[in-house]
Design a protein around this ligand. Sequence first.
Ligand SMILES: NC(=O)c1ccc[n+]([C@@H]2O[C@H](COP(=O)([O-])OP(=O)(O)OC[C@H]3O[C@@H](n4cnc5c(N)ncnc54)[C@H](O)[C@@H]3O)[C@@H](O)[C@H]2O)c1
Length: 398
Amino acid sequence: MIIGFLDYWISGLQQSNNPSIQSRKLLLNLYRTRTRMKKLITAIIGAGTVSHLHAAALMNVEESDFIAVCSRSVERANALAQRYGVKAYTDIEEMIKANGVQAVMVCTPHPVHAEVALRAITTGAHVMVEKPLASSLTDCDAMIAAAKRANVKLAMISQRRLYAPVQRIKKAIDEGKIEPALGTVTLFGWRDRAYYESDPWRGKWKDEGGGVLVNHAPHQLDILQWLMGPIEEVFGYWANLNHPYIEVEDTALALIRFKSGALGNIVLSNAQNPALYGKIAVFGKNGAAVGAQTDGGAMFVPGISKIQEPPRNDLWTIPGEEHLLEQWQQEDAAFFERIDATTYYHQLQIQDFLRAICENREPMITGEEGRKTVELFTAIYLSQRDRTPIKFPLSLAA
Ligand SMILES: NC(=O)c1ccc[n+]([C@@H]2O[C@H](COP(=O)([O-])OP(=O)(O)OC[C@H]3O[C@@H](n4cnc5c(N)ncnc54)[C@H](O)[C@@H]3O)[C@@H](O)[C@H]2O)c1
C-alpha cells in the first residue's frame, strides 16, 4: 500500500524538473530501495529433491529470511533443516504461526499442492507453488479463490520462461517481428525405472496425477501458451509406450487451434533412451521462424543430475536478424559457464515473487497463468477419453 502510494507519487515527481523536487525524488527512491530490500520471513513445505533449489535460493536472495522447513516426513524435514540451519516442522500451521512466516514455497508432489497451499494461505502466508500449479482444475480454482479471499499472492514456478533464448522469442512476438501462425513443442526425454521407483508417488495416477504431461512437460506447455496465446480447441492422444511398470503415460501428442487462428502441435515423450532434447518453435505469418532448445540431452533431476547443455536459440530467420543466431549461441554458452543453471533461474523467479509481495504487484507467473497448463493437459486426457476435440474453456463438470 505504502509502496503503491510512493510509486504513484514518484511517477508524478518524475514529470518535474524542479530541483527541490529532484532531491525529494532521490530521497524517495532511496526509501523505496530500502523498503524493497525489506526481508520477508520465508519457509519451505516439502523436503524432497526440488526443495534444495528453493532452499539455496532463499539463502541467497536479499529479500528472504529463510527460517523453517515443513514436511510430512520428520526425517526429511530434519535433514533439510540441518543442512540449511533452519527449524524443522511437520505441521504447516504451527510453522507459520510460530515464526510469523510471510511466504512459503510449496515443494510437495502435485496432487497435494492444493491441500498444502490452502493451509498456508488460510494461515496468512503468500504462496509460491512448484509446477504444475495442481493436478486438477478444481484444485487450481480452490487455490486461486483462497488467495484472492486472503489477499495474498499465489505464484507458480516455471523457470524456463526466464531462459534468454525463450525471452528473445517472446520479445520478438511482442514487438511484432513475428506474428505466430504455428507453434510446436517437442520433448524427447527419458526416465528409467530407478527414477520411477525413487519415490512411492511417482508413476501412479492418484499420487502423481499424470505422467509426462503433468510432471515433465509443464514447462514446455506453459511456454507454448505464453508465446501463442489462448487456446480454442485441443485434440490429443496419450499412451504408455516403454514403461510397463508405471500406470501413467510416458508419451502424449496433441493438435491445438489457438483463438488467434494459429495452429500448434505437441509431441512429448519420456520414452526415448537416451533423452535427446526439448524444443519450442514459432513459425510466423511472414514466413519467419524462431526457436529455442530449452533442454539438451536429459532434463535434469534435482539432486541427481545437472542441466547438461546451455539453453540456446536453434532457429532465427527473422529478416535482417539471421546473423544474430551464432552470436547469441556464443553468448549463451559463455553465460552458462558462469552460472549454476540448475539453481540460477529458480533464484530469479523466487526473488521476483518476494519482490512482488514487497511491491504489492503481481508476480511474474501467477496462479491464473499456472492454471492454463493444467487446463491444457486436462483437455488432452479428456480428448483421448472421449475421442473428440475439446473446446476451451473446459467445463469443470467434464
Ligand atoms: N521446476 C522444476 O524444474 C522441478 C523439478 C523437479 C520437481 N519439481 C516439482 O516439485 C514438486 C516436488 O517434487 P520432488 O521431486 O521434490 O518430490 P519429492 O518426493 O522428492 O519431495 C516431496 C516432499 O514433499 C513431502 N510431502 C508430501 N506430502 C506432504 C504434505 N501433505 N505435507 C508436507 N509435506 C509433504 C514429502 O515428505 C517430501 O519431502 C513437484 O510438484 C514437482 O513437479 C519441479
